[in-house]
Write a protein that binds this ligand. Structure first.
Ligand code: 5GP
Ligand code: MN
Length: 334
């Protein structure tokens, strides 16, 4: 069942989506542009085929995505608590736990897993997992084309946004010729790239700016370990009037310091809950570090959630990163 080729998986996803209804579409907790764009893309396809689609995410959708058409259609699991679904599509989720409380709405039936994480655990009935895709949105764009659907401007913008977010605006090593071709196809259908990048990369709210100031001040640089890290406790957010969403992107500045191979960010999300974000420049596989803490992701961008207070979460992760950096560079020198 799980041994389909990529093409067979795509075809199986298409025929299954077209066959039944209604379908719940879920992306991961703390959603990013890729998960959101891909979910909107699948919802668009289902509606075009006359099928009912219900969008759900455990966390609220960050306001920077308000410009996307149809974004208001996302529900929280609480809002859907009286319903259940035997058909579920997950997008951009490397493992089942990533959909969080949305899982409680699903009664086992047909689970379609569309994702691009190398670490994907193949938890679906149908698994269409393509690690070489830069973004799940890139895969969904192909799904629409394969299904004979037009890229209306709204859905094209959502999918372009997803690709843009996961490639860091076409900067990262995951950007392939196929990514560019797919993005070009979307651009031909009315996407305004300046609007997308203005919303995603070139605008920060005042609280977000205040947070950047404080976070830069608090950043620790250990060049001998080729690492830079910063912890964001609740107090830092409240002092700036910032929200958890405003933390997005900060970790890239840690990695950006010359000589740094791994950038790390610790974010206090509960009294016993810390989210870590890891980014590497070129050599260290941070997905492996994240996986050792129960998380996952990609070689250059990964994350995990630790059930520890902030003060206890930091040292074990820093040690793991120091060891991994040392090991990676020792291997490289061999
Ligand atoms: P971010 O640091 O931006 O939250 O996430 C970077 C990458 O790591 C994304 O591809 C995301 O899917 C993955 N990731 C982040 N947190 C987790 C987690 O708790 N578990 C898993 N499996 N992947 C995560
Ligand atoms: Mn993604």
């Amino acid at each position: 069942m799980n041994q389909r080729t990529d093409e067979e998986a795509l075809k199986a996803v298409l025929s299954t989506l077209q066959a039944g209804e209604p379908t719940l579409i879920a992306t991961h907790v703390n959603p990013d542009g890729d998960g959101i764009g891909a979910a909107l893309g699948v919802a668009y396809a289902l509606r075009k085929w006359g099928k009912e689609a219900v969008l759900c995410c455990e966390s609220p959708i960050p306001s920077r995505y308000d410009f996307l058409e149809g974004i208001d259609a996302f529900h929280t699991p609480d809002q859907l608590a009286t319903q259940s679904f035997t058909r579920l599509v997950t997008v951009d989720c490397g493992d089942w736990a990533r959909i969080g409380k949305v899982a409680s709405l699903y009664r086992p039936g047909m689970l379609i897993n569309i994702d691009h994480h190398e670490t994907n655990t193949q938890f679906g009935t149908i698994n269409w997992v393509r690690p070489q895709a830069a973004a799940t949105s890139e895969m969904v764009a192909e799904l629409l084309k394969e299904g004979g659907l037009p890229y209306e401007r709204g859905v094209a913008t959502a999918l372009f946004t997803g690709i843009s977010v996961d490639t860091g605006s076409f900067h990262y090593s995951n950007t392939t010729p196929q990514t560019m071709r797919q993005a070009a196809d979307l651009l031909e259908n009315g996407v305004e790239p300046d609007v997308v990048s203005d919303r995603l990369f070139d605008t920060y709210t005042l609280p977000q700016f205040q947070l950047m100031r404080r976070a830069f001040d608090a950043m620790q640089v250990e060049l001998e370990s080729k690492m830079a890290w910063v912890a964001i406790p609740f107090e830092m957010l409240s002092a700036c009037g910032a929200s958890q969403d405003d933390v997005e992107g900060l970790v890239n500045y840690a990695r950006g310091i010359e000589g740094v191979e791994v950038g790390l960010l610790f974010r206090e999300v509960g009294s016993n809950e810390v989210k870590i974000s890891l980014r590497s420049r070129k050599w260290v596989n941070v997905a492996e570090i994240a996986a050792s803490f129960g998380g996952g992701g990609h070689a250059r961008a990964a994350g995990a959630t630790l059930a520890l207070p902030l003060s206890e979460a930091i040292q074990p992760v820093l040690s793991a990163v120091r060891n991994k950096v040392a090991e990676t560079f020792a291997e490289k020198a061999r």
